[in-house]
Design a binder for this molecule. Structure first.
Ligand code: AMP
Ligand code: MG
Length: 419
C-alpha cells in the first residue's frame, strides 16, 4: 500500500437527516485525520438505509484510501453499518467469541443478562480487526477492503473519540506517509480569548515560518483558553525540539495566565500546588452549588487535599452553616466582597481546612440589579496566610457559562496565590 493519504467520512443515522440532531463526528474526525496528514476528500450524512449506505460507501471507496463511518453499530435492526460494510468489502460475517464474551461480561457487571440482540455486535467481517470499546458495548471495526481500509466507529462521541485516539490514530500513523505529527497544548485562564490571541499571534506567525513549521489554533471554552500547536516531520526529535521551544516562547509571552503546558487540568495544577505545601482546602459555594468541589475532586487522589464543602445557596445556610453575620448580608448583599470573605473564612474554620474558598454570584438570567448585573461574581480565598484575598468579577454569558467561569476564576485564585 502506498500509504494512507486521503479519506472519506460517512456519518450514519437517519436522525442526522432531521433538524433535531447534527453530525458533529465528521468535523471532529476531519481535524484528527488532518493532524495525521490525511486529507478528507468527501464527507456525507447517510440515513439508516442499506442501499443508501452501500452507495455512499462505494463512492467513498472509489475516491479515498480510507473511509471512516460512524454510527449504526448498535444492536438494533436499524443498525446496518457493519453488515453493509462487510457486503461492500466482499467479506462474510463471523461470530467473534471474544467480543461476545466482553459484551456479556459488561452486562453482567451491571447485574443484568445480555439482551439477545446485543449478540449482533459480536458479528465481525472475516479478516477485520475488532477495536475495543472501553465506554460502550459497540466495538469498532478495522476492515481491509482490497487496497483500502474501512473503519467503523460507534456513533456516540464519547465512545468514538477515545477509540479513534487510542486504537485508530496509531494504526493510521503506522501506515502513514512517513511522517509524524506532534502536538502540544498550552492552557490558560483568566483572560478572554481575544487578549490571549493578540498576545500570542506575533509569536505564532514566526513559528509558521520556522525550519519546522508549527501551526497553531486557539480553542476557547468558558474559563479556559487553549493554544494547540502541531508540527509534522520525519525527524520526530527535531519536531519535538521545535515544539518545546515554541511552547517556551509562547508561555513566556503569555505569562501567568498559562497554567499548564503538559496537558494537566486546572484542578490538577491546583491539587498539586496544595499537596506540595501539605494544605487542605474546603469550599463554600453559592451560585456554583458544588461545581468547584466537583472539579477539585475530579482529580484522583484529591482526598489528600480536599476536605469538603458547603453548598450555601440560601442566605440561611451562609449564616447557619458558615457563620456569616446576618448583618453583613443585610448591609452589603449576598454577592459582595465582605460576604465572600466571611464565607471563605467560615468554611475554612468550620471544616478545619487550611484554605477556604468561596464563590457567590449572580448566574442569571434573573436576579441582576443595575449595581450588580447578571454575571457579577465574587470569589474569595482565606488562608493559608492571614489575609483573605477577594476578587469581584464580571462575566458575560448564559447561566451555565457564568457558573463555569466562576469555578475557573476560583480555582485560578488558589493557583495564583500558591504559585
Ligand atoms: P448509533 O451508533 O447509530 O446507535 O448512534 C448512537 C448515538 O450517537 C446517536 O443517537 C447520537 O446521539 C450519536 N451520534 C451518532 N452519530 C453521530 C454523529 N455523526 N454526530 C454526533 N452524534 C452522533
Ligand atoms: Mg444510529
Amino acid at each position: 500500500m502506498g500509504g494512507i493519504r486521503s479519506a472519506g467520512i460517512l456519518a450514519v443515522g437517519s436522525e442526522l437527516l432531521t433538524p433535531f440532531r447534527t453530525d458533529t463526528n465528521s468535523a471532529w474526525l476531519t481535524a484528527r485525520l488532518n493532524d495525521l496528514g490525511i486529507d478528507v476528500r468527501l464527507s456525507a450524512v447517510v440515513g439508516d438505509d442499506a442501499a443508501d449506505l452501500a452507495g455512499a460507501l462505494r463512492l467513498a471507496l472509489a475516491r479515498a484510501d480510507l473511509v471512516v463511518a460512524t454510527g449504526g453499530l448498535g444492536p438494533t435492526s436499524d443498525d446496518l453499518t457493519r453488515d453493509v460494510a462487510a457486503a461492500v468489502a466482499g467479506l462474510g460475517m463471523e461470530l467473534d467469541d471474544a467480543v461476545l464474551a466482553k459484551i456479556r461480561a459488561r452486562f453482567e457487571r451491571r447485574g443484568r443478562p445480555m439482551p439477545p440482540s446485543n449478540a449482533r455486535q459480536a458479528q465481525v467481517p472475516a479478516g477485520a480487526d475488532v477495536l475495543e470499546n472501553d465506554v460502550g458495548t459497540a466495538p469498532g471495526l478495522w476492515i481491509p477492503a482490497g487496497e483500502r481500509i474501512v473503519v467503523l466507529l460507534p456513533g456516540p462521541p464519547a465512545e468514538l473519540q477515545p477509540m479513534f485516539d487510542r486504537l485508530v490514530a496509531p494504526r493510521l500513523q503506522a501506515l502513514g506517509v512517513g511522517r509524524k505529527i506532534r502536538r502540544r497544548v498550552i492552557a490558560a485562564t483568566g483572560q478572554p480569548e481575544s487578549a490571549i490571541d493578540e498576545a500570542a499571534s506575533p509569536v505564532y506567525r514566526a513559528l509558521e515560518a520556522g525550519a519546522v513549521p508549527i501551526s497553531t489554533s486557539i480553542l476557547a471554552s468558558a474559563g479556559q483558553i487553549e493554544l494547540h500547536l502541531s508540527a509534522a516531520g520525519a525527524d520526530v526529535a527535531a519536531v519535538d525540539r521545535a515544539l518545546d521551544a515554541a511552547v517556551e516562547r509562547l508561555a513566556a509571552v503569555l505569562g501567568p495566565v498559562v497554567f499548564s503546558v503538559d496537558g494537566r487540568s486546572l484542578e490538577q495544577v491546583v491539587g498539586e500546588a496544595l499537596a506540595a505545601r501539605r494544605l487542605r482546602i474546603a469550599a463554600a459555594e453559592s451560585c456554583t452549588a458544588g461545581l468547584a468541589l466537583a472539579r477539585l475532586t475530579d482529580v484522583p487522589g484529591s482526598s489528600a487535599w480536599v476536605v469538603g464543602g458547603v453548598v450555601a445557596y440560601d442566605n440561611a445556610v451562609k449564616i447557619g452553616a458558615l457563620g456569616v453575620p446576618a448583618a453583613l448580608i443585610e448591609s452589603h448583599g449576598a454577592v459582595s466582597e465582605p460576604v465572600a470573605d466571611a464565607m471563605a473564612e467560615g468554611v475554612r474554620r468550620r471544616l478545619g481546612a487550611d484554605v477556604g474558598l468561596a464563590i457567590t454570584g449572580i448566574a442569571g438570567p434573573s436576579g441582576g440589579t443595575p449595581g450588580k448585573p447578571v454575571g457579577t461574581v465574587v470569589v474569595a480565598m482565606a488562608g493559608p496566610g492571614s489575609s483573605a484575598i477577594v476578587r469581584t468579577l464580571a462575566f458575560a454569558g448564559d447561566r451555565a457559562m457564568i457558573r463555569r467561569f466562576s469555578v475557573a476564576a476560583a480555582l485560578d485564585l488558589v493557583r495564583r496565590t500558591l504559585a
